[in-house]
Design a protein around this ligand. Sequence first.
Ligand SMILES: NC(=O)c1ccc[n+]([C@@H]2O[C@H](COP(=O)([O-])OP(=O)(O)OC[C@H]3O[C@@H](n4cnc5c(N)ncnc54)[C@H](O)[C@@H]3O)[C@@H](O)[C@H]2O)c1
Ligand SMILES: CC(C)[C@H](C(=O)O)[C@@H](O)C(=O)O
Ligand SMILES: [Mg+2]
Length: 352
Amino acid sequence: MKIAILPGDGIGPEVTREAVAVLECLALPGLTLFEGDVGGIAYKRHGHPLPDETLDMARAADAILFGAVGDPTCDALERHLRPEQAILGLRKHLGLFANLRPARVFAGLEHLSPLRADIAASLDMLIVRELTGDVYFGAKGRRVSETGEHEGWDSMSYCDSEVRRIAHVAFRAAAAGGHLLTSVDKANVLETSQLWRDVVIEVAADYPAVELDHMYVDNAAMQVVSHPDRFGVVLTGNLFGDILSDLASAAVGSIGLLPSASLGERETAFGTFGLYEPIHGSAPDIAGQGKANPMATILSAAMMLRHSFGRDAEAGRIENAVSAALADGVLGGDLGGSHGTAAIGEAVRARL
Ligand SMILES: NC(=O)c1ccc[n+]([C@@H]2O[C@H](COP(=O)([O-])OP(=O)(O)OC[C@H]3O[C@@H](n4cnc5c(N)ncnc54)[C@H](O)[C@@H]3O)[C@@H](O)[C@H]2O)c1
Ligand SMILES: CC(C)[C@H](C(=O)O)[C@@H](O)C(=O)O
Ligand SMILES: [Mg+2]
């Protein structure tokens, strides 16, 4: 079972270290870890945010544990050399089109949410975000208009096969879970979204037990914090999913709590090949200070055990250890506590 560890920039290495220690604590036989450079650190060492040797290592692995990329000192670089291209490149090159971002308030931990406890208690949703299309990967550029204005432009598009395959992922999740699927779009304005909606309705015919609902993204943002009980599985595109998942993390309590799995179609000898990462970024404002909450990355490692290695029991043990630590008041600064990164990692391992 080969895992490529890609810590990246900022708090990436700090949170990844704790998740790796959790994996090592389980002492699973046959686990081999390799480490590679991605992001700003890779640009500085190798001249590219996603060097060939890192991509080769990722391809040769059964799963990838990713920290975060992003470095303010790289913001003036040409776009293709910026740290963020590492994660976008991995998703695209490895065909990881299905991004699962579960957001739930653990029972008894409603007080961590900024929402009223009775509202927070019902927050348990799986955001299924399309990850290799949309305005993220369309043509983009700069031009000077006829009136001499400088314009930046990006093109948003989805083709039906892209929508169909992510819709199947979401419908399967809804069929297996609570049977409620909300497709989030902006079909009242965007043609890309109208096609999205048409294809989702077509796919729904294969899943008669699933209750399908459509919601515009602006309304969805409002409902996530006012009526989270209205959501089970949320199916959405790349850009809307990016924004809604940060919003959902804040409703849970902190962005330091939300893990993710990015999956494609490739199966390995052990499960589905995937990349696992916290939904947060490199957090330059707290990097290097031992303040980052590593729980999102630890929970991402649990998702890896479940999806890529068929180790549901161990995944559940990690999730229980995290929720027990939170219940015992092991809180990082992001949750109003004073536990540092290493102390949180230690507390989770102690409960494991
Ligand atoms: N997948 C990724 O690698 C990824 C994801 C998001 C942003 N980014 C990049 O990260 C850089 C910073 O972006 P940003 O500031 O918009 O978003 P961010 O997620 O890095 O940080 C947003 C805020 O949340 C806090 N935060 C984030 N993770 C935390 C954690 N684990 N514990 C405690 N607090 C935490 C940060 O301190 C900051 O105040 C940018 O370069 C951005 O492009 C990368
Ligand atoms: C860093 C950036 C490219 C990335 C995204 O927008 O997908 C991040 O925000 C995320 O949520 O993983
Ligand atoms: Mg994001």
